[in-house]
Ligand binder design. Structure first.
Ligand code: HEM
Length: 447
């Protein structure tokens, strides 16, 4: 449901609603002939770029949706010298690596650590064949003006795991509603479009006019150590007498995430999964961690303070409710399912072809208020609402496997501390990009 508030034919489709296909290729490229590239961009590439409007109705959806974004280095290569007003974007993600994001640089994919990534095509479709056909079409149009710097093939997990990330939890439930664009579901926060789109209401930074309706895309390749995560849950399973051993392991995982694997929020159903609640969009986001008769600042019987969901969006935990630090997520899993050998050994394979994780995508108009803020000041910060995020948190110093000691995970004894010695998510790096409007591609980037 959209209204006329935003120019939906001009805003790239991944930003506000996501391309939501089962396969999505992230094709990172280097521009080797800027003039040729720019000359092919308007007539050749632009007609392939999928605006929001095209994704809104089933009958206008393309076989392969295409979005395009540039790094600062890419814009500079195109002789676009305007300052977009975002220092994180201008400096590149590598500049944030250890002190802000807490990544260990040694784990970074070399392409992200280097200087060759000028931009990224996001290609989304039902099949890898469709994606590859569109990529060939783009490469033919660009006529040798780009080369591949790196690519990552995202794909939804199979069968009943579709929509679930690799630890097994349903993802993509809670994104903010955007004023003038979406009708909020119960419990969904409504956020100004300017937090996601440059130059819209709520964006207070001075930008070049052509940047309006673009968005910054924070990309992260986040490896997930699934066998290690599963072993941790079994080894530290809770001891609710009404649950089986497996269910007690599931319970611990749910409390670390803030949702059950089904997607049911722990805040509404703290000790037992509720798949019916999970599947009901009128109810599955309708909570804010406050409960009559419980002190919001101390109660962890409902949802632990450290739960990933609560760390990355405290909802009523902040008064007034935070309207400054929000992202729209549009990621997709990558990599194969866990193999029998990995399951038996409880250790992730070191075979690169078996790496799995989340191709994380976050949109915002200000990276230091969006993704980087959530990672640094909330997830990695033990001083903020007491705990480090057990899923994505690091020590913030770029060191490996720093122990965390969250309380609240055991609903039967919320003061009990369960030590987590290892990182289950390992950042393999990423980059910050600008996803321009279609008119900016036409009038400013193309020649
Ligand atoms: C929500 C998993 C990385 C921010 C969720 C949910 C899951 C999940 C299962 C619940 C589904 C939903 O509510 O939509 C993961 C995994 C990650 C990861 C497995 C890494 C491999 C990140 C990162 C950030 C982030 C890096 C930002 C720094 C969020 C936010 C929410 C969320 C903002 C929604 C919170 C809310 O509005 O209540 N994540 N996530 N996630 N995640 Fe992550």
């Amino acid at each position: 449901s959209a209204d006329a508030g935003l120019n939906l034919t001009n805003i790239q489709g991944d930003i506000l609603i996501g391309m939501k296909k089962n396969k999505e290729l992230f094709f990172f490229f280097t521009i080797i002939n800027s003039t040729l590239f720019r000359s092919q961009l308007g007539s050749g590439i632009l007609p392939l770029i999928t605006p929001t409007s095209q994704l809104l109705a089933v009958d206008t959806q393309p076989t392969t949706a295409v979005n395009l974004a540039f790094s600062q280095r890419g814009l500079t290569t195109l002789d676009i010298t305007d300052d977009l007003g975002d220092t994180a974007f201008a400096n590149g993600q590598i500049d944030n690596v250890a002190s802000i994001l807490g990544d260990e640089t040694s784990n970074w994919e070399s392409a992200f650590a280097g200087t060759s990534i000028h931009g990224v095509f996001l290609l989304a479709s039902d099949t890898v064949d469709n994606v590859n056909a569109t990529l060939s079409q783009i490469q033919a149009l660009l006529n040798g003006s780009i080369t591949e710097a790196y690519s990552l093939q995202g794909e939804a997990r199979p069968a009943d795991q579709q929509g679930h990330e690799h630890f097994g939890f349903m993802d993509g439930i809670s994104n903010p509603a955007v004023t003038g664009f979406s009708t909020p579901l119960p419990g969904q926060q409504v956020i100004d479009p300017g937090l996601f789109l440059l130059g819209e209401t709520g964006d207070t930074v001075t930008r070049p006019a052509w940047a309006k309706d673009g968005s910054f895309l924070a990309f992260r390749q986040l490896q997930q150590r699934v066998p290690e995560f599963n072993k941790f849950l079994v080894d530290n399973a809770l001891s609710n007498p009404n649950l089986t051993a497996d269910q007690n392991a599931e319970l611990l995982g749910a409390r670390m995430m803030g949702r059950w694997k089904s997607g049911a929020p722990v805040d509404l159903t703290p000790t037992v999964d509720d798949p019916v609640l999970a599947a009901d969009p009128q109810r599955n986001n309708n909570f804010n961690y406050s409960h009559p008769g419980f002190d919001l600042d101390t109660d962890q019987t409902h949802c632990p303070f450290s739960a990933h969901l609560r760390k990355t969006n405290p909802r009523a935990g902040l008064t007034p409710e935070n309207t400054a630090n929000h992202i729209i997520r549009a990621g997709i899993p990558y990599g194969p399912e866990v193999t029998d050998a990995e399951n038996a050994s409880n250790v992730s394979s070191t075979d690169p072809s078996l790496e799995r994780g989340l191709a994380f995508v976050a949109y915002q108009s200000d990276i230091n208020a969006g993704f980087a803020f959530l990672q640094q000041f909330w997830a990695n910060n033990a001083g903020y609402v007491f705990e480090i995020d057990p899923i994505i948190g690091t020590d913030g110093l770029g060191q490996a496997d720093v122990p965390r000691s969250p309380s609240g995970l055991d609903p039967a004894d919320p003061t009990r501390i369960i030590t987590i010695e290892q990182d289950f998510v390992v950042s393999r790096g990423g980059e910050y990009f600008f996803s321009p409007s279609l008119s900016a591609i036409q009038n400013t980037l193309a020649i």
